[in-house]
Design a protein around this ligand. Structure first.
Ligand code: G3P
Ligand code: CA
Length: 259
């Protein structure tokens, strides 16, 4: 099949199958793989800096304890975000070196490092009011509005407020598996979003047609296996977030050569 346009290969929390998620090492790994789009998650620190962290707490991916909002950025930067996993005991983690000492980073630092070389998908994780505006301010200061998407589960109003604060920014709600994807696509279109992201196992050609007919890009999240990646991608979606972007690069190259 010929690939839809756009077809976005998005390194999920960076190339997080190959380096610790949401650290500079994971985003550099994505760049090394010639990936041009990354996804990340944001939380406020106590001093209102935008920290890249997936979980609501520090325990799983750092040697810290508690919530990121309980600490100033300086304290959070002293944590080790690269020693939390043993890749030999986790088949999902093909880490290529020892990442001990890797630190947490901010959205501003991510933008300063990669600038216009990447397209960014920034997920609002922190439930606190104001995180949408803070993300818009950070994106605007970096001059990256037109190559940034803001995303989030059940955060439609926040996403739309971010876009109002920074014209050019695009919005892609993430749809939880508990919702009917057809209804969710219709709602996203009604609310004026730019795209929608559904679980990979929910993807069908019919939903892709409905989304495209409504003027929405449709992407997927939740990829865990090459098989689900391939069957979702074959539905004509506009891309996906994936911990192993090289899998999707290989799939896309094979499909393109067949077309
Ligand atoms: O691509 C979106 C995806 O990141 C949503 O799930 O849990 O990884 O934030 P999660
Ligand atoms: Ca995320």
């Amino acid at each position: 099949m010929s690939l839809p346009s756009p077809f976005r290969i998005i390194a999920h929390r960076g190339a997080s199958g190959y380096a610790p998620e949401n650290t500079m090492a994971a985003f550099r790994a994505a760049m090394t793989m010639s990936v041009t789009e990354i996804e990340t998650d944001v939380h406020f620190s106590r001093d209102r800096q935008l920290l890249l962290l997936h979980d609501d707490t520090l325990e799983r991916t750092t040697n810290g304890k508690g919530r990121p909002g309980d600490f100033d950025l300086e304290e959070l930067k002293s944590l080790d975000a690269g020693s939390w996993a043993d890749p030999e005991k986790n088949a999902d983690l093909a880490w290529t070196s020892d990442f001990a000492g890797e630190s947490l980073i901010t959205l501003d630092e991510l933008f300063a490092e990669f600038g216009a070389r990447l397209t960014y998908h920034v997920e609002l994780k922190d439930p606190e009011y104001g995180v949408a505006e803070a993300v818009a301010e950070s994106v605007g200061a970096a001059g990256l509005a037109t190559q940034t998407f803001v995303t989030g589960f059940e955060r439609s109003n926040d996403l739309l407020r971010a876009r109002s604060a920074l014209p050019g920014l695009r919005t892609t709600p993430l749809i939880p598996t508990s919702r009917d994807p057809g209804e969710a696509i219709a709602t996203c279109a009604d609310e004026g979003h730019d795209g929608v992201s559904i679980h990979i196992d929910a993807a069908t050609t019919e939903l892709v047609e409905i989304a495209h007919g409504a003027g929405l890009e449709i992407r997927c999240w939740g990829v865990r296996t090459r098989e689900s990646m391939a069957s979702g991608a074959a539905c004509g979606i506009n891309g996906m977030t994936i911990n192993w972007p090289d899998w999707l690069q290989e799939w896309a190259a094979t499909e393109s050569s067949r077309a």
